[in-house]
Design a binder for this molecule. Structure first.
Ligand SMILES: C[S@@+](CC[C@H](N)C(=O)[O-])C[C@H]1O[C@@H](n2cnc3c(N)ncnc32)[C@H](O)[C@@H]1O
Length: 189
């Protein structure tokens, strides 16, 4: 544990120059980081991530200068630096200009309570396995519908708990049922 005065002076100095700055202490006791939390963190212009070692950080420092505590999961690391890197990486990729465009992350896992659908790249045929026909159709609307319904199917299968806060839209259910119906029809021939 570092001496309270050193932590407190460094952070107070920075915060006085940047009053809009938010300070978070990385801690296994903190609120578990989620993509929704990352989106919120990405909105701040300045962040200080305070990392502990050994027993952590003196409670008086925490009481005086932090805005919240963040955990990266229910396990204990030796120090907060790796946890801070995890937070930084998740936040940086949402900042304008880091990824080629917003589409690159908007349909990713944990954005809007869904897990990503299966991804396919080139070559079209690999080891004799082809991607689903719809992805080669060039029909944008159908591809989008296929992806949305596959995101719902993946989420239902792997993490149904995510649907509690993001219940499926009518179109998502409909798309998923259409895919299942088509698959049933195909298997009968
Ligand atoms: C050995 S841990 C201290 C654990 C503390 N004694 C407890 O039981 O809650 C040392 C430091 O690692 C960091 N750390 C450990 N686990 C973490 C986690 N799951 N999320 C974020 N930071 C973590 C924190 O900064 C913490 O102060």
């Amino acid at each position: 544990m570092t001496a309270p005065a050193a932590d407190q002076q460094a952070i107070t100095r920075w915060r006085s120059d940047h009053p809009e700055c938010r300070t978070f202490y990385l801690s296994p006791r903190g609120e578990t980081l989620t993509q929704a939390g990352v989106i919120q963190l990405a909105e701040y212009d300045h962040l200080i991530l305070l990392c502990g070692h050994y027993e952590g950080v003196d409670q008086r420092v925490l009481d005086l200068i932090i805005d919240g505590e963040l955990s990266i999961g229910d396990y204990v690391l030796t120090g907060g630096e790796i946890a801070a890197c995890v937070v930084m990486d998740a936040v940086f990729r949402l900042l304008p200009g880091v990824l080629p465009n917003q589409d690159a992350y908007e349909k990713e896992s944990h954005m809007a309570g869904r897990l990503e659908q299966a991804q396919y790249t080139r070559p079209v045929s690999w080891m004799g396995i082809e991607p689903p026909d719809v992805l080669l159709s060039g029909h944008e609307a159908k591809i989008e519908q296929w992806q949305a319904s596959r995101r719902l199917a993946e989420t239902l299968r792997r993490r149904p708990d995510l649907l509690k806060d993001f219940p499926p839209e009518h179109d998502e259910w409909r798309g998923m049922l259409e895919i299942w119906t088509d698959a049933d029809d195909a298997s009968e021939h």
